[in-house]
Design a protein. Structure first.
Length: 301
């Protein structure tokens, strides 16, 4: 509604309400006007009541009339003024009630506004505290994530180192296997050569024995000596074969030990890889507990 309603319009509306025989009130005058705020209309209505008393007092000055008529008219007029003043006073009382009600309503609104402001301040304080707590939690989570990332990188480096050692062990094992195979082939070749040589010498000896049967008696002593020499050579060849066999067994033992170490390194690499996978799958809340146990576990390893 418009705030600046003219006072003449308010006075005219009040006169119209009074002319209908009704008491001018704020709501009736506003209804007559069709506009105007209660505070504006109420203030102007107070002025109208004050001016109405002045207007009624001015109307008591009548022209010269017969005494009885003048007295009767004055009595009627005074009675009307008295009634009007009663109506005016009643209107003022009701207007004061309206103003008191408005003040109370404004006071309630202000009190509610203060309560809302206090509640909003409390909510703002709680929101700020919650934000600070969230920021602290985020900082803790970022620190924990950094620690987890560092541990993952360390595990990856350990895994790469173990894989490198495993590859080197495999290469060394392959080299030993090749050496062992070469030694086996060489030993078999040497043994075969000794066998062939012994067989050739045996065949030659038999041929010689058969060729010199007629000189057997004369050559018995010489043949025995040669037989002894041949026996010594065979024993020496047997000792060589035995040495080669022992060397082959030593190489096989060393190869078995290297295979065991390689298997242990492979098991350790597999264990670290499983720990790495589990560390990635475990939720952040459970990782923290495992992280505290990790240094002890690594020290034990």
């Amino acid at each position: 509604m418009a705030v600046g309603v003219p006072e003449n319009d308010v006075f005219a509306a009040a006169d119209a309400v009074l002319a209908r025989g009704e008491r001018p009130t704020v709501e009736r005058v506003r209804l007559e006007l069709g506009r105007g705020s209660p505070a504006r209309v109420g203030g102007l209505l107070d002025q109208w009541w004050a001016r109405l008393a002045e207007r009624l007092s001015g109307e008591t000055r009548l022209p010269a009339l017969p005494g009885e008529v003048s007295q009767a008219f004055v009595a009627v007029w005074q009675q009307a003024i008295h009634l009007a003043q009663g109506v005016a006073e009643q209107g003022v009382v009701e207007q004061r009630k309206v103003l008191i009600a408005e003040r109370e309503r404004v006071a309630e609104i202000e009190d509610q506004a203060r309560q809302d402001a206090a509640q909003f301040r409390q909510q703002a304080t709680e929101a700020l505290a919650a934000r600070q707590a969230a920021e602290l939690r985020l900082a803790d989570l970022e620190l924990l994530l950094s620690q987890r990332q560092t541990q993952i990188e360390d595990l990856q480096q350990q895994r790469e180192g173990l894989l490198h050692e495993r590859r080197e062990a495999q290469q060394h094992n392959q080299a030993l296997q090749q050496d062992l195979q070469s030694l086996r082939l060489k030993a078999e070749q040497d043994l075969q050569s000794l066998r062939v040589k012994a067989e050739q010498e045996r065949v030659a000896q038999e041929s010689y024995v058969r060729g010199v049967e007629d000189r057997a008696h004369r050559e018995v002593d010489r043949v025995r000596e040669e037989g002894k020499a041949m026996t010594i050579q065979l024993k020496a060849a047997a000792r060589q074969v035995e040495q080669l066999q022992r060397r082959i067994e030593s190489v096989q033992t060393e190869s078995s030990q290297i295979q065991q170490r390689a298997a242990a390194q492979q098991a350790r690499a597999d264990t670290l890889e499983q720990q790495l996978i589990q560390m990635r799958e475990v939720p952040p809340a459970k990782r923290k507990a495992r992280v505290r146990k990790t240094p002890a576990a690594q020290g034990a390893g």
